[in-house]
Design a protein around this ligand. Structure first.
Ligand code: THU
Length: 140
């Protein structure tokens, strides 16, 4: 079982948050996660003049995950996420939005832990009965 240093993970999320591009909402967000093989990945939100095209911090975190080395297959060994945190512009814990919980679920190891506004929660708790890759396989 990999050791999770939450202070270090939160520090990485805060650094990412400072890179946010948020001229419209002025609401910077930073996210950080730990991979099964012990790497940290992070992301910030990137807004757009066409507001609805905004990329959440979690989207940019997943780009980092794949740019760092996924082999492209779903659940590639060592590349799944085991721990996640997300902060607002004051460094306070922020819940990932519904869409981003789905995005994170796809790349989570079973039991991935999220630091949330109501304490430590597993991915299964924050997106119960999630639709995921297995549903596609089982219902073909
Ligand atoms: N935002 C994120 O980056 N992640 C979330 O999970 C919640 C919302 C961003 C999107 C937008 O740039 C700003 O927060 C305000 O909604």
């Amino acid at each position: 079982m990999i050791e999770i240093n939450w202070d270090a993970l939160r520090a990485v999320a805060n650094s990412a948050m400072r890179r946010a591009y948020v001229p419209y909402s002025k609401f910077p967000v930073g996210a950080a996660a730990l991979t099964e093989d012990g790497r940290m990945v992070s992301g910030c939100n990137i807004e757009n003049a066409s507001y609805g095209l905004t990329l959440c911090a979690e989207c940019s975190l997943l780009s980092d995950l794949f740019m760092q080395g996924a082999d492209g297959s779903q659940g590639a060994a060592g590349n799944r996420l085991v721990a996640f945190t997300c902060v607002d512009g004051h460094g306070n814990i922020l819940m990932p939005c519904g869409r981003c919980r789905q995005l994170l679920f796809e790349h989570s190891a079973p039991g991935m832990i999220l630091e949330t506004v109501s304490g430590m929660r597993t991915i299964e708790q924050v997106i119960p009965d999630a639709f995921g890759p297995r549903d596609l396989e089982e219902r073909k």
